[in-house]
Design a protein around this ligand. Structure first.
Ligand code: GLN
Length: 295
């Protein structure tokens, strides 16, 4: 592009076609979609606007803005960080390199929580979200469950800032209290312990040896502490099941996302801690992805 764009008059369509080919060669999945989303972002358009302006000639500043994004993608930075946002449960969330990109698997945790709220007719539930990251779980639950009041914890100041911005964007900031806490630290007391109807969490459950095998796109760009405990993957799940009985109201639920093949071990942790009615929910790949139980 560097040499070509001095000679050639690029249009939206010719640039998309050229990019699609280049991204394909570099092994990037969904090359056309990637190109369209980055170009729409560089131009300040919606993706659909590109289709009605295929012949629009692109000026130098537009090409430069696009090129800056394109180069990052060639270096395998995840598209969501480049665009600055990701979609989760039908809402848009800002993401920065300090937070995990929300994943579709995590939407099952939302569905599971809503299901339990409805089944048990729980009014204005108090919910504790542990490891909130972008805030996607806390904010979605606040928006989906009437009157839900949420405390959302994270160890990272920068993640909490991102989550706070997302809460404001979705107008639920008044029902979410963000707080910096490391739940593995025994000296860090959970605020309002004993008052929660739910603890929800998508903890860093990937064992270190599995993290090492993840694609570079994830390993080099997403925060390691949000993905792995750098041990067997169960440190946070152990801690959550330990904390649950005293943190929840009697009858309160702990609902967590878990990794591939972890269900039996995590079920055991729930069981040992005295959980009842342990349930699971599958993801679209047929994996037991979410576990819940109450005390
Ligand atoms: N709760 C956030 C999410 O589900 C962050 C999870 C994490 O950082 N492990 O995306």
């Amino acid at each position: 592009m560097a040499t070509a764009d001095t000679e050639k008059q690029w249009t939206i369509l010719s640039l998309i076609r050229w990019s699609e080919e280049y991204l394909t060669e570099k092994g990037i999945d969904s090359p056309r979609l990637n190109a369209e989303l980055m170009l729409a972002s560089a131009l300040g358009y919606k993706r659909i606007d590109l289709y009605t302006r295929f012949d629009k000639p692109l000026v130098r500043e537009e090409l430069d803005r696009y090129k800056a994004l394109f180069v990052r993608r060639i270096k395998k930075e995840p598209l969501q960080y480049i665009l600055g946002h990701a979609d989760f449960y039908g809402r848009r969330f800002s993401v920065c390199p300090d937070v995990l990109i929300p994943r579709p698997e995590t939407e099952h945790l939302i569905e599971a929580t809503i299901e339990i709220v409805k089944e048990n007719d729980i009014q204005s539930p108090g919910i504790l979200d542990i490891g909130t990251g972008s805030g996607c779980i806390a904010i979605t639950l606040a928006a989906e469950i009437e009157g839900a009041v949420i405390t959302a914890l994270d160890v990272s100041d920068r993640a909490l800032k991102c989550a706070d911005e997302n809460a404001a964007r979705h107008a639920v900031g008044d029902r979410i209290n963000f707080k910096k806490i490391n739940i593995l630290d025994p000296y860090n007391a959970i605020p309002d312990s004993g008052s929660y109807d739910f603890i929800v969490s998508n903890p860093p459950y990937i064992p270190l040896r599995e993290w090492e095998k993840l694609p570079d796109e994830i390993k080099a760009h997403e925060p390691k502490y949000a993905l792995t405990d750098e041990r067997d993957g169960l440190s946070f799940l152990r801690r959550l099941t330990e904390l649950a009985p005293a943190t929840l109201k009697p009858g309160g639920w702990l609902i967590c996302e878990i990794g591939y093949g972890q269900f039996d071990e995590v079920r055991e942790l729930f069981d040992t801690s005295g959980a009842r009615d342990i349930k699971h929910w599958y993801d679209l790949a047929g994996i037991k992805r979410t576990i819940g139980g109450h005390w």
